[in-house]
Each structure stands twice: as structure tokens, then as C-alpha cells.
Write a protein that binds this ligand. Structure first.
Ligand code: RP5
Length: 170
């Protein structure tokens, strides 16, 4: 199946974080591609990726980078597809705020949906939710996923109740 989600990152050193987006998309049976595209080191490759993304059939792009993290914003400037930015706390990050702010503080007109620091899993879920607006099967998968999250919280509440903690709620 043709990939619907493009996962790109500034360096292979981002992969440890960015693979979480791939893992959750795999769990949801959503086809994706994953590669390295660097805004600073391969600007031509970045331009080509951004310009061709839509005609290649992608519906959402997840872009992760660290430090002076320009990749998500530059990709967003090159396409009308929704771009989800993952700030990565990388080897050249001061404390991660550099990556967060570089991706978050976009100018009017060129939005990047920025997830939390290193939150590539949430980027994958958000990409699935965007696709789920047009695809009932994906939407159902997401409902099941959210139900499983809810069940796991209820199990935790039950577990600590059994440990004897005061609970007058249920
Ligand atoms: C950024 O610089 C990359 O996204 C990565 O987070 C960081 C460091 O890259 P490497 O020096 O490890 O290749 O552009």
C-alpha cells in the first residue's frame, strides 16, 4: 500500500525518538514511509520532499528535528498537507526548549502542529486522527485505542483501591 504518512527527521540520531511514531502507525495498520531529510545539510532534498509530498499521495507529514529545528516549519512552507512537528532533545540541544520553540513559534500562515518534546508517539496518533476524519476503519481503530487507555486507568484505580487507599468515589 502507498504510504499515507511521511515521517522525516533531520538526522539518524533522531531515530530513537522518531521510531515511536512509526511503531504506533504500524499498530494502527496505517502505511507510512520514514527517512532522513535535513533542512540545513540537504536543503534541495528538503525542497523536493516538501514539494512532491502531496502528488506522491501522502496525506500527513510528521517531521522531527532537534536544536535549531527548522525542518518541520520549512516543510510546512512547501506543502498544503498538515505537518506535525516533533521537537527532539538532541545532541545539539541546550535543554530541549530550543527544539520546542524552533518548531512551535511559527509565523502566521504556516502552522505546524507541535507535539510535546520527544512525543513522536503522539505525533503518530495525531496523524491517525487526521486520517480518521476521512476513513471510518481508522476512526474505529482509534476508538478502540482510546477505550484501551481508559480501561488501563480504571485497572490502576482498582489496583490502588485494593492496596487500601481511601476512595469514596467508586
Ligand atoms: C538536527 O541536528 C537533527 O534533527 C538532530 O536532532 C541534530 C543533530 O544531528 P546530528 O549531528 O546527530 O546528525 O538537525
Amino acid at each position: 500500500m502507498n504510504p499515507l504518512v511521511g515521517i522525516i527527521m533531520g538526522s539518524d540520531s533522531d531515530l530513537d525518538i522518531m521510531k515511536d511514531a512509526a511503531t504506533i502507525l504500524k499498530q494502527f495498520n496505517i502505511p507510512f514511509e520514514l527517512t532522513v531529510v535535513s533542512a540545513h545539510r540537504t536543503p534541495d532534498r528538503m525542497m523536493e520532499y516538501g514539494r512532491k509530498a502531496k502528488e506522491r499521495g501522502l496525506k500527513v507529514i510528521i517531521a522531527g528535528a532537534g536544536g535549531a529545528a527548522h525542518l518541520p516549519g520549512m516543510i510546512a512552507s512547501l506543502t498544503t498537507l498538515p505537518v506535525i512537528g516533533v521537537p527532539v532533545k538532541s545532541s545539539n540541544s541546550i535543554d530541549g526548549w530550543d527544539s520546542v520553540l524552533s518548531i512551535l513559534q511559527m509565523p502566521n500562515g504556516i502552522p505546524v502542529a507541535t507535539v510535546a518534546l520527544n512525543a513522536a508517539k503522539n505525533a503518530g496518533i495525531l496523524a491517525a486522527e487526521i486520517l480518521g476524519t476521512q476513513d471510518e476503519a481508522i476512526s474505529k481503530t482509534l476508538s478502540g485505542y482510546k477505550k484501551s487507555l481508559s480501561n488501563s486507568v480504571l485497572e490502576k484505580a482498582e489496583k490502588i483501591k485494593k492496596e487500601g487507599w481511601e476512595n469514596r468515589f467508586d
